[in-house]
Design a protein around this ligand. Structure first.
Ligand code: ADP
Ligand code: ADP
Length: 228
């Protein structure tokens, strides 16, 4: 079955002036296990809203979301998160940041070796003892990536993860993402406004195209080509 299922999901917000904002209308989307799907579309089309609902940070007004066979009812370790802002804990070293998810699950002692593997995989071994403010933007995002992957999430959710980086670092990090994806086989849903990035990284591009007052158009573009 699909790693992620979004079924007929709508989301309505009440704006400050009392007006109703339809952020999403009747969106359906499947992501198969191991797939890297990019979600693109014009600003304000509801990409972040959809990702936040998959993350369990927001509830849909209507419709259902499943990760594997589990309905999404809130945040959970089966979904890793990475945003444009690395949001590392500033008072913790890189290693402690990466460990955080295992500490929360009470399994750090048994799985400490996995932290070292991920630090190596993201090129952060030499920076394990550094604090977030000592890292460059690219390195901070690599630490955020390692932190998001440490619990072996079923789906990794990425909202403009490379959006704040300079062009050169962004291109290097795109390859880093692909390398991690190939190494771990993690299913990924990537929100990006960068269509080149979507084409370069993903197996499939989903274009969210809002049509006011009607069900949103979801355009699916498969990219069947050898890569990896
Ligand atoms: P995208 O990520 O595609 O740029 P968003 O998901 O951020 O789009 O926003 C979709 C729509 O929902 C926009 O019109 C936005 O203003 C609105 N919206 C998002 N979050 C809220 C909120 N918390 N309160 C009110 N309106 C919101
Ligand atoms: P990225 O492109 O991933 O942001 P940089 O180009 O800034 O990384 O860094 C390249 C190399 O410079 C790193 O692999 C690291 O060895 C070194 N480096 C980066 N930041 C620091 C730092 N704060 N202290 C010491 N060395 C650093």
């Amino acid at each position: 079955g699909a790693a992620l299922r979004v079924r007929d999901v709508s989301k309505t917000f009440r704006a400050a002036d009392g007006a109703t904002v339809v952020a999403l209308a009747g969106v359906s989307l499947d992501v198969a296990g191991g797939e890297l799907v990019a979600l693109v579309g014009p600003s304000g089309c509801g990409k972040s809203t959809l990702l936040r609902m998959v993350a369990g940070l927001d509830a849909p007004t209507r419709g259902a979301l499943h990760v594997g066979s589990n309905p999404v009812t809130g945040p959970g370790a089966d979904r890793g998160l990475m945003f444009q802002d690395p949001s590392l804990f500033p008072w913790l070293t890189v290693r402690r940041n990466v460990e955080a998810g295992l500490v929360a699950q009470g399994v750090l002692r048994q799985r400490r070796h996995e932290v070292d593997e991920l630090l190596a995989l993201t090129g952060l071994t030499a920076f394990a003892g550094a604090y977030p403010h000592q890292l460059s933007g690219g390195m901070a995002q690599r630490a955020a990536l390692a932190r998001a992957l440490v619990t072996h999430p079923r789906v990794l959710l990425l909202d403009e993860p490379l959006g704040a980086l300079d062009q050169f670092t962004r291109m290097r990090m795109q390859d880093e993402l692909l390398r991690l994806w190939a190494a771990r086989g993690t299913t990924m849903l990537l929100v990006t406004h960068d269509v080149d990035e979507a084409i370069y990284l993903s197996d499939r591009i989903v274009v969210l195209s809002p049509r006011p007052g009607r069900v949103d158009r979801v355009i699916d573009v498969g990219l069947p080509r050898p890569r990896r």
